[in-house]
Design a protein around this ligand. Sequence first.
Ligand code: SF4
Length: 136
Amino acid sequence: MDPQSQNAPGAGSSLYVHVPFCVVKCGYCDFTSYVVEDQSVHDLFLRALDRELESTTLPQRPTTVFVGGGTPSHLAPHRLRELFATLARHVDLRAAKEVTMEANPESIDEEKASIALEGGVTRFSMGVQSFDPARL
Ligand code: SF4
């Protein structure tokens, strides 16, 4: 069946994955996000995400996938790779019309961008409120 067909499993559905970690907690931010010194917590999160996806009835072929946060690009390269490997075990990212990952200019680099693109990302959402600290 054509994965983009109206009748394909999950067609028309969306998947949102929240990565709740940031480098710093911005004073104006109400999103669920945490600053953790011990980055082994990121590994615990990835394992918990895998279990959550395992136990959830998911659209196997969502039309759109959004990986937000928090700051997904804050994850170390090997963890970012694990994040997309985890997602790929549960949903067909290649069949999605759009796979977005939020990124912060301070934490995304060429290596992480490449990992995300290899993982199926087709669009980056850059989180920039202002480059002027006084305005923040
Ligand atoms: S980087 Fe974004 S998600 Fe993280 S605390 Fe700041 S505004 Fe919130």
